[in-house]
Structures are given as structure tokens and as C-alpha cells.
Design a protein. Structure first.
Length: 502
């Protein structure tokens, strides 16, 4: 669970939150994959073509394009590297890979190809989102399993690869990842994170580590079971974190953290690969913080709110994280739901009516809260995330569908890109953060995360130009995963009004 941010509504305050986080997968971070510029005409002489998945009939119900060779013609290509868009391009897909790309006047469409004229439309890489979950808050501190509906909604929103960043379903997340890979379930490729690596916790869906030896055993057990990522949580100790990191790295896997008891600097010293929620949950600035103890959400937020992002106490932390190769995951979408004055989130109409009404009531309460610090904190974290990226840090993105609700898979992933532009990133930079940066962290940038000949055909067709107006990223008309085109409208309709139930 990403910040399993739990809203506790009281008569005195509109809301306060407690967090649970998300965790990460992947091997130790590498230097960003360097992508060569493509010329007017690029052909791949030999490709390591991944086998196109053989889809079950139930999955095929949501497919609109399933042909060996597809040509997308007259389309605007936004390749995910941050490079300027290229207009009037033709892109040829064969057996799930991109085999040719260039000017529409120069590329020859292969005989027998299915031709799709995408004049006026754009194509971006499939989103690679790094703090997602397969559960939704259904009550105070309770998270219901949403394996079918969430995996479908992520794909419908353009997410073709995702990390679950913490799970409360144990084997279910691992089994779903395997089913999607096998073509028997609808959804993105999943980097399946194990259950949270945590100390004592109020959450009944979490295990409490006994000591560092137990942490090593826990990581080993779940790695053997098939987990490909780990996430440390709020009440882990430094020795337990070090043991978990050592075991994960020994197996070539990565570990992230939503921390409190351990500071960001201490986590970097322990070898952590990633830190969740931007700088919202950093306890480095709490003056009287005790080692291995979470000072609580309120002291942490109070201390953060007093930080000047241009002061050495923050800039030195940024440099420390970068020097230790620690990525940072932005999850602005979940914090937006705690902040008065932010727009009503997209996608809530897919929720079960009871959960929809529950969220609407919470949104009204937050909107009327004049005492909250979240306006200050959201604005401050956005400045900090931008500063981290501008200094050379690897900023990746996710959404964290927890808290008091309202963070809806797919819809919120698009919204995260919009919020990143609000941070001060350009639309092209925001798209890169949500695509190539995530793939780079995962060690998969040679296959996904950008559009290039030889890469997997994970693509999102958009009716508009998100390079000029990032809001167009929500206008998804078709999602290709490994060269198979899925119909987002049909997928959404299959779960509408039922999300939160299954």
C-alpha cells in the first residue's frame, strides 16, 4: 500500500492522515539508458522480438487490434526521451515490437499490414508508473482487494508497466502479475512488490518484523515466492532496513521505502534504492528525532513545513541522495486529495456508489478545512521535487490509490503527469518522468519507456497533443501493450460502478 494514507475524520478537524507506503523492485540503479536519435527512416535489421502474448478469450474481449503487422500512419510521435515531437510519422509494429519508424513519406508500409491513419493524434510510450496498488480504502484502516478492476483501469489509462509499491494481498499480487504475463488477465506488466517490510503497525494487514534476522528471512521468503520488489515501511528500524536491503540486493532486486522511523539520509546509508512520496514523509528535519522511532506524522509535517528548499539543510540532502543513487517517487495525486482548493479528482464515477458517496463527503469536509497545512506542504513538496530533478536526481512517478479515496487507477496516472507540469516541468519532461524514468529505474529501458525501433510496442494513442497541452494526456483512444491494441472505453465500461468491490 502506498501511503495507505488513512483519513480519520473527527469533529474537531476535517481530517488527518496516517500513511502506509509503496515499495519498489529492480536491481541497483544504473546510469540512464542512452537513446540514439532516430533519422527520417529507421529500420531494424534484427530484433530480439518478444513473443506476442497468446490471449485468452476473456482477455480478447477488450482487444480492438490484434494483428501480426500494424502500421500507425500520419501520427505525431512523442518518444518519451524529452525530445521534441515529430509530426506526420509512420510507425510499424511487427510481432509486438517496433520495426520501423520515420517520416510518413519515407516509410513503406508492409504488404498485408493493418493500417491505422492517426492524423491529428499523438502516440506516447506506455506509462511506467512506480507507486501503484491493487487495493482501495473501504473503511478506516481497511483496504479492499481490487485485482480485476484496478488492473483493467491502469491499462485503460495508458499504464503498460507498473510497480505495486507494497501489497496487502500476499500471493494475490504475485499471481495476478503472472496471469497478466500469461495472457489470462487484463492489465499492465507488473513489478510485484512483496507485503510491506515493517515493524509494529496499527494496520492489521501488515506483518511486524521481530529483528534484523527476521527482516532478512522475510525478504528471502517473498523473493523465493516470486516477489520482484520490496518496500520498507514507517516503523522499520535501521538494522532491519540494512538487512532487508542486503538480502534484496543479493538477489538482484530493489527496495524502496515510505519511511518515518528512518530518515532519508539513514536510508541512503543503508543502500535503499528509492524513497516514496517526494519529500512529504522525510523526518530528517525533525530536530529531536530519536533513532529508529517514528516521531509521528504531525511532528514530521510541522518540521517539513518550516524548511526553506534553498537552504543547505535541504540542498545537502538532495546531493546526498543523488550521490548515493537514490531515486525519489512523486505521488502528488494522493496528497492533492488532502488539500483544499484542488479540483475534484477524475474517475470517481467508476466507484461502487457507496464508496463514491463516501469520497464525496470526505472531499466536502476537506474543502471546508481552513486549518490544514496541506496547502503549504503540497506547494513545498512540488518545489522540492523539481529541485531534486534539476540537480540530477532520478524522479519517478506514481499515484498511491489510498488515503481517503479519490485516487482512481488510470485516471490518477494521467493526473500525475498534469500535476508534474504544475511543478514547473515541461509537458515533455513530465511525460519522460512517467515513462522513461520509471523504465530506467526498473532496468527495463532497453525494452520499454520510450519509442524507438527495436523496442517493445507499448504505446498510448492520444486524441490531441500532450506536448502542447498536458491535459490531452487524458484523451486516450487506444493502448498498445506488446503490440496488442486494447480498447480503453470497453475496459472502463466493464468495471464502471463496481470499483471497490473486486
Amino acid at each position: 500500500m502506498s501511503p495507505i494514507w488513512r483519513l480519520v475524520f473527527t469533529s474537531a478537524t476535517a481530517a488527518r492522515w496516517t500513511g502506509a507506503a509503496g515499495r519498489g523492485t529492480v536491481e541497483r540503479m544504473r546510469t540512464p539508458h542512452r537513446l540514439g536519435a532516430w533519422s527520417a527512416l529507421i529500420l531494424a535489421p534484427a530484433l530480439l522480438a518478444a513473443q506476442r502474448p497468446k490471449l485468452s478469450p476473456s482477455v480478447h474481449d477488450y482487444v480492438s487490434v490484434d494483428t501480426t503487422v500494424v502500421a500507425l500512419t500520419h501520427v505525431r510521435v512523442i518518444d518519451g526521451t524529452g525530445a521534441a515531437p515529430k509530426d506526420d510519422q509512420t510507425l510499424v509494429i511487427k510481432d509486438g515490437d517496433i520495426v520501423a519508424m520515420g517520416s510518413a513519406s519515407a516509410i513503406k508500409v508492409p504488404d498485408g499490414a493493418q493500417v491505422m491513419d492517426l492524423t491529428g493524434k499523438s502516440v506516447i510510450p506506455g506509462l511506467v508508473m512506480m507507486h501503484e496498488h491493487l487495493y482501495y480504502p473501504t473503511g478506516p484502516g481497511v483496504y479492499g482487494a481490487d485485482y480485476v478492476s484496478f488492473s483493467r483501469l491502469y491499462l485503460a489509462g495508458g499504464v503498460t508497466s507498473m510497480r505495486t509499491a507494497g501489497n496487502v494481498g500476499g500471493y494475490a499480487d504475485l499471481n495476478l502479475a503472472a496471469a497478466i504475463k500469461a495472457g489470462t488477465a487484463v492489465g499492465p506488466w507488473i513489478d510485484a512488490t512483496a507485503p510491506y517490510v515493517n515493524g509494529p503497525s496499527p494496520f492489521t494487514q501488515m506483518y511486524a518484523l521481530k529483528d534484523s534476522a527476521d527482516a532478512q528471512r522475510f525478504v528471502a521468503f517473498w523473493a523465493d515466492a516470486g516477489a520482484t520488489s520490496f518496500k520498507a515501511y514507517m516503523n522499520i528500524t535501521r538494522p532491519e532496513l540494512r538487512a532487508a536491503v542486503r538480502e534484496a540486493h543479493r538477489r538482484g532486486l530493489k527496495i524502496t521505502g515510505h519511511l518515518c522511523s528512518v530518515t532519508y539520509r539513514e536510508a541512503a546509508d543503508a543502500g535503499i534504492d528509492d524513497l516514496e512520496h517526494g519529500f512529504f514523509v522525510a523526518t530528517d528535519f525533525v530536530k529531536d528525532k530519536q533513532p529508529d522511532l517514528c516521531p509521528g506524522q504531525n511532528p514530521g509535517m510541522n518540521a517539513l513545513a518550516a524548511v526553506d528548499p534553498k537552504a543547505p539543510e535541504f540542498t545537502s540532502l538532495v546531493q546526498y541522495l543523488i550521490a548515493h543513487h537514490v531515486a525519489v517517487t512523486s505521488t502528488l495525486t494522493v496528497f492533492e486529495t488532502f488539500t483544499p482548493g484542488q479540483p475534484f479528482p477524475p474517475g470517481t464515477d467508476v466507484l461502487d456508489p457507496i464508496l463514491k458517496a463516501q469520497y464525496e463527503q470526505g472531499y466536502t469536509r476537506i474543502s471546508q478545512d481552513t486549518s490544514t497545512r496541506f496547502k503549504r506542504l503540497l506547494a513545498l513538496d512540488r518545489v522540492m521535487e523539481l529541485a531534486f530533478a534539476r540537480a540530477g536526481g532520478l524522479l519517478i512517478a506514481g499515484t498511491d490509490p489510498t488515503g481517503g479515496g479519490g485516487v482512481i487507477p488510470g485516471y490518477s496516472d494521467q493526473r500525475e503527469a498534469e500535476l508534474l507540469v504544475g511543478n514547473g516541468f515541461t509537458p515533455l519532461e513530465a511525460i519522460r518522468i512517467c515513462t522513461l524514468n520509471g523504465a530506467t529505474y526498473l532496468g527495463r529501458a532497453d525494452r520499454v519507456g520510450s519509442i524507438a525501433v527495436g523496442k517493445q510496442a507499448d504505446l498510448v494513442v492520444i486524441d490531441g497533443n500532450p506536448a502542447a497541452d498536458i491535459n490531452d494526456i487524458a484523451k486516450v483512444t487506444l493502448v498498445f501493450k506488446q503490440g496488442v491494441g486494447y480498447d480503453p472505453a470497453k475496459i472502463i465500461e466493464s468495471v464502471k460502478g463496481k470499483v471497490g468491490l473486486f
